[in-house]
Design a binder for this molecule. Structure first.
Ligand SMILES: Cc1cc2nc3c(=O)[nH]c(=O)nc-3n(C[C@H](O)[C@H](O)[C@H](O)COP(=O)(O)OP(=O)(O)OC[C@H]3O[C@@H](n4cnc5c(N)ncnc54)[C@H](O)[C@@H]3O)c2cc1C
Ligand code: SF4
Length: 345
């Protein structure tokens, strides 16, 4: 049985109090929300914070503010996001992404903020301490070599959050609060393409809110590839959002990819759609271009060449759904048949 290391525990009631604790304790303190990512990581000794600062009792982080857009508190659980009628009706891409995270039990505990700050993942890292010690560890924690790209000076672990690509496609910004002040950051800019230092958030900053712009005229979707139709982390996420004129011409669009890099990728796919209609030819062309920027590596489930090969197809599924095609049979087929995909080499 894996045991947690010893740690101090603080349970502030307000964001201000939490920010003060983080400032006083320094980088040895870590925030904990649902704990569904951090606690398993602590058991495997990936992170060994001296102090955990729990956000569980900070009520301000559980608020929803309806305006022309939507503001979601970072402390809302994923199931609360899924149960929100406005998310379901107007921000379908976020709804689909949140509904497909892990299992219902984990979504009852796991929060939106925790999902956006999720640690990057890798087959050589998400192992217990003894396993990692047997391979002399790796660059991300306690070692000196990257076993995935041995010549690389940079860790290439994979960003595996489902909601981040969906929210990037929806044009979300996040609000960060520390004892030093507050700032808004476009969600795409919260991430770095670095498997170790994957967030631009400072250790003393608390992600308090996710702000979504008005959804009028927009349609959005999220397509997830994973081995099992429930439970698993994504090995590919495709999020797309489009705003079209009455005649179907695309006026604005965004396409983001998850799980093909150390950060969620905001692609140029949206720009390529501008002024065009979502014809089969346009969709196929954009699928090829978006797929060209995906760089999956051999550090997660399923064969990496196969994963790269299906990116364009998944972009096609997303755009055809946004065009109005009934894609429910395809969704069902993917949920049922992902298991038959080639295993990792
Ligand atoms: C079996 C299993 C399957 C899973 N499958 C998926 C999946 O399919 N897709 C997916 O996306 N995730 C998956 N997860 C990961 C996890 O359950 C979710 O990402 C969840 O949303 C994490 O939220 P949390 O509140 O539990 O985060 P925590 O574990 O509490 O925290 C995660 C990280 O975020 C930081 N953090 C938390 N809240 C804040 C905040 N407000 N401000 C700043 N930093 C913060 C913490 O310090 C920590 O570094 C899975 C986990 C397990 C165990
Ligand atoms: S990508 Fe390399 S350095 Fe990063 S976790 Fe995997 S093996 Fe370690």
């Amino acid at each position: 049985m894996m045991r947690l290391p010893w740690f101090g525990f603080r349970s502030p009631k307000t964001v201000t109090e939490a920010a003060k604790i983080l400032a006083a304790e320094g980088p040895q303190a870590m925030l904990i929300a649902g704990g569904t990512d951090l606690l398993p990581n602590m058991k495997r000794r990936h992170q060994t914070p001296a102090t955990l600062v729990s956000l569980r009792h900070v009520e301000a982080l559980k608020k929803v503010a309806n305006g022309s857009g939507l503001t979601l508190g970072a402390g809302l659980t994923l199931n609360q996001i899924v149960a929100n009628a406005k998310v379901h009706e107007q921000y379908a891409g976020l709804w689909q992404a949140a509904a497909q995270v892990a299992t219902v039990h984990l979504r009852n505990m796991g929060t939106l903020g925790g999902n956006l700050c999720l640690d990057t993942r890798c087959n050589y890292y998400n192992q217990n301490y003894e396993w990692r010690k047997a391979i002399d560890f790796c660059l991300k924690k306690d070692g000196e070599i990257c076993w995935v790209a041995t010549a690389s000076k940079r860790c290439v672990a994979t960003s595996s959050t489902d909601t981040a690509p969906a929210l990037i496609a929806l044009g979300a910004t996040v609000h960060l609060v520390s004892a030093q002040g507050e700032r808004d950051v476009a969600l795409a800019d919260l991430y770095r393409n670095d498997g170790i230092d994957y967030l631009t958030r400072r250790p003393d900053e608390i992600l308090t809110e996710v702000k979504l712009p008005a959804a009028a005229g927009w349609k959005s979707t999220y397509w997830k590839l994973r081995r099992r139709g429930s439970f698993d982390f994504p090995v590919l996420g495709v999020a797309a959002a489009v705003k079209t004129a009455r005649d179907g011409t695309v006026e604005e669009a965004r396409i983001a990819l998850g799980a093909v890099s150390s950060r969620p990728l905001f692609t140029k796919g949206g720009e390529l759609l501008l002024g065009k209609k979502l014809t089969d030819e346009v969709i196929a062309e954009v699928g090829v271009k978006v797929a060209s920027v995906a760089k999956p590596l051999d550090n997660t489930d399923l064969n990496l060449y196969w994963r790269k090969g299906v990116v364009g197809e998944f972009v096609g599924y997303a755009l055809r759904e946004l065009r109005g095609d009934d894609m429910s049979a395809t969704r069902l087929r993917i949920a049922r048949h992902a298991l038959e995909a080639p295993a990792s080499a």
